[in-house]
Design a protein around this ligand. Structure first.
Ligand code: R5P
Length: 306
């Protein structure tokens, strides 16, 4: 097998180093600087010819990263890489999956089209599949999806006594039910109506049978934190202890974190987005998925395209 190379943008270097370690690949942090007028200048290692290249770039706050990411992918091809894949532990622009208001751009489709035209494959963790059932509906390249639920479940099982797993909305049932089954805990799901970017209305299910359990709120994304704050408020009203929050993608800034931290006992996240709440690593599982894409001929099948 030709030695693969993982290229990371500077903010993603720690994850890239660990991923390359899991793959037995070389890791290089690419150089990215700005000209005085703000345009990007990227420099790749020259030794890419004939090698499979995985570009590692988590896509939280994606807009400033998109141009350099596309430049790196195109330059890797120009330097004769054998293949150019994208490892995006967090995949952006999945939530705008339909036109909610007249005239809105359906950015999930545009973003997918742009990435599909620049990369040979995509590996990610729990993309926000709500009205799409699979990445294949919008991405034209092969993809592998890693599910963080077993990892969140393992952390909860190791760290929380007598948990009840709670999902803040109907979509969360997919991972909440999996986490609960993995650690043999009960679960329940709230219903949510989003009023605007930062306001949600949440209705709790009947929680009386879980009295005495430690509530654990599990979600794929925390961004403004309002969803989990609202769910925590209902738990407080129902007489529960402050909840533990376990999320896959921590997109929240400092202020949102501080607001949420006042309402909950603790917040832990996976390392798909670098954040001080990271406590759960997806590196090994993502490495297995990337391995299948880098060397399809030598990987045993672990299920189909996702
Ligand atoms: C949306 O449906 C997701 O699963 C999350 O619940 C949502 O993105 C959380 O956003 P926020 O933290 O801004 O309420």
């Amino acid at each position: 097998m030709t030695e693969a190379i993982v290229l990371s943008l500077p903010d993603d270097a720690a994850f890239g180093e660990a991923l390359a370690g899991a793959l037995g690949a070389e890791h290089v942090q690419i150089s990215w600087r700005h000209f005085p007028d703000g345009e990007s200048h990227v420099t790749l290692p020259e030794r890419l010819a004939g090698r499979p290249v995985a570009i590692n770039c988590t896509l939280a706050r994606p807009d400033p990263k998109l141009a350099p990411l596309l430049f790196v992918a195109d330059a890797a091809r120009d330097l004769e890489a054998k293949q150019v894949g994208l490892v995006a532990p967090y995949l952006a622009y999945m939530r705008q999956d339909r036109r909610f208001q007249a005239g809105e751009a359906i950015t999930s489709r545009t973003f997918a089209r742009v990435l599909s035209s620049s990369f040979d494959w995509l590996a990610t963790v729990d993309p926000h599949l709500h009205r799409y059932t699979s990445l294949d509906e919008i991405y034209a390249i092969p993809s592998r999806v890693v599910h963080a639920a077993p990892l969140l479940g393992r952390w909860i099982g190791d760290n929380v006594i007598r948990p009840v797993i709670l999902g803040p909305d109907a979509e969360s049932e997919q991972w909440v039910s999996e986490v609960a089954a993995d650690i043999n805990a009960p679960y329940a799901v709230f219903t949510k109506t989003r009023l605007d970017d930062r306001e949600v209305r949440i209705n709790p299910p009947d929680l009386s049978r879980y009295a005495g359990h430690q509530p654990v709120l599990v979600d794929d994304i925390v961004s403004s934190g309002r969803t989990l704050i609202e769910a925590a408020r209902h738990l407080d009203n129902a007489g529960f202890a402050k909840p533990v929050c376990a999320v896959t993608h921590a997109l929240l800034g400092q202020d949102a974190h501080d607001d949420l931290a006042r309402s909950v006992a603790s917040i832990v996240s996976s390392d798909t987005v670098p954040h001080f709440t990271n406590a759960i690593s997806v590196v090994q599982e993502l490495g297995l998925a990337v391995r299948e894409l880098l060397w399809p001929e030598s990987s045993s099948s672990r299920g189909g395209r996702d």
